[in-house]
Write a protein that binds this ligand. Structure first.
Ligand code: FES
Ligand SMILES: [Fe+2]
Length: 467
């Protein structure tokens, strides 16, 4: 890849072509948890936060009436920082000269001006549409005055609060390499390899922290296998992808015997979200939002298709590795991501612990450097998905530059065609894996108490043209 092309697909600040593309999509701006006084005591006094998104400085707040506002942070009077503002019932007031702004950006008062001044009417702070979904506050930062696309109706967003849990973490690297690690179906066989397996009975309720430790669906000679064993023993997946309205459906096949093949179906939701199975009844949807060109927040949505989730336990589990209120991982370049060469010899392929596989991905993402130099890489057959996604990205940048509509969830005309998407990790009859995995996905949907039977059927039964 040429250096200019690498710049084009990684830089996302205001005015950049890729930035314009990413601003076509709803982006996570903060967890609702970040405004919970139980988790951040400062929020009891003042639910106001400085937020940096795609290189822009913003202030996110909830006014006294409970309305969320997301505004540019520099006061339109003389530029002071509104994240230090006084929060009032109907807006946020700049402490420098008392100008007050409503959540929608209207200037409500300029108290130092003479009585009868109409200056307020000529001033408006840029505000961005926000909505709260599934424990996350989403923002839309597209062109001023344009209408945001409908919010996508994926499982993770339609499941009730009892069946979803959202968390996030900061990575010190560019958004695209974060996403490219997530959609790479070859890496779990290596990066996340455990040199020995844990008994499946010991996983149980702990599945959220034990990605790949859970059993793959199906059985081999009547025995269930943990995903990690399959990944380890069958390390050359046959990777393929099919276009979907939301992006790409990814399939990794690992033929195990004449009769059995392991099938893992995941999704790349353009431009920066993946959906993967965590266990037979849970999925992870992970979004990657640029803070700026060299920092990225991942947002993970856990969705249960069975019982309700114990959010307290899940949060506590994640908090062992990531510190609030800024969601900074304890491991990083500063401590070599906890690398232990002894462990690398005896326990894990990587040597960065068994408890938190997120740190494995973090190392892969961050160790490439703040922005991966793609002029130096050598892609192989197993990088098929990475290449396909880059083609989509380049095409989409071009489309938006030419004034067209960004693809996938930014395209309102496709909203009705998007649901699910279904994932699986299982051992299937080799000859009939396509129908086998569909049936598995259907059974999972049928078991979800929050999906009406008709909805469940509609989503799983949707096989787009060409499939
Ligand atoms: S700079 Fe904000 S009111 Fe003057
Ligand atoms: Fe990974």
């Amino acid at each position: 890849m040429k250096a200019e092309q690498n710049e084009l697909i990684t830089r996302v600040g205001p005015g950049t072509p890729c930035g314009a593309l990413l601003r076509s999509y709803w982006q996570p701006a903060a967890l609702v948890d970040e405004f919970d006084p139980a988790l951040d005591p400062r929020m009891a006094q003042r639910p106001v936060k400085a937020v940096r998104l795609m290189g822009q400085e913003l202030v996110l707040f909830k006014d006294g009436n409970g309305v969320w506002g997301l505004l540019d942070r520099d006061c339109p009077h003389r530029g002071a920082d509104l994240s230090f503002g006084r929060r009032e019932a109907d807006g946020l007031r700049c402490p420098f000269h008392g100008w007050k702004f409503a959540a929608d950006g209207r200037c409500l008062e300029t108290p130092a001006e003479p009585a009868g001044s109409r200056l307020c009417e000529r001033v408006r702070q840029r505000s961005y549409p926000v909505l709260e979904k599934c424990g996350v506050i989403f923002a839309w930062m597209g062109p001023e005055g344009a209408v945001p696309p409908p919010f996508p109706g994926f499982d993770c967003f339609i499941a009730p609060a009892s069946h979803t849990f959202a968390f996030k973490g900061l990575w010190n690297a560019n958004w695209l390499q974060a996403f490219e690690v997530g959609i790479d179906p070859a890496h779990p066989s290596f990066l996340h390899r455990f040199l020995r397996d844990e008994a499946l009975e010991d996983i149980g309720q702990n599945a959220a922290g034990k990605q790949f430790r859970s059993a793959s669906a199906g059985a081999i000679d009547g025995e269930q296998w943990p995903m990690t064993r399959i990944m380890r023993e069958f390390a050359q997946p046959e990777i393929s992808f099919e276009p979907r309205p939301h992006g790409l459906q990814l399939t990794a096949l690992r033929p195990m015997t004449e009769q059995l093949t392991h099938v893992r179906v995941t999704h790349a939701i353009f431009p920066a979200t993946f959906v993967i199975p965590l266990s037979e009844t849970m999925t992870i949807t992970q979004m990657h939002v640029p803070v700026d060109d060299t920092h990225t927040y991942w947002y993970s949505f856990f969705t249960s298709f069975a019982g309700p989730l114990d959010k307290e336990a899940m949060r506590a589990q994640r908090q062992q590795f990531i510190s609030l209120p800024d969601y900074i991982p304890h491991a990083g370049r500063h401590n070599r991501w906890g690398f232990n060469p002894e462990e690398q010899l005896t326990q894990t392929y990587l040597g960065m612990g068994e408890e938190d596989i997120n740190v494995h991905d973090q190392w892969a993402v961050e160790s490439m450097g703040a922005i991966q130099d793609r002029t130096r890489e050598h892609l192989g057959t197993s990088d098929k998905i990475i290449m396909a996604n880059r083609r989509l990205l380049l095409q989409a940048i071009e489309t938006v530059q030419a004034g067209g509509v960004a693809p996938g969830v930014a395209d309102a005309s496709l909203a009705g065609a998007m649901a699910g998407p279904d994932t699986v990790d299982g051992i299937a009859p080799a000859g009939s894996w396509p129908t086998w995995w569909r049936a598995q996905a259907q059974a999972k949907r049928d078991g979800a108490p929050w999906l009406a039977p008709a909805e469940g059927r509609a989503a799983a039964g949707t096989v787009p043209a060409g499939a």
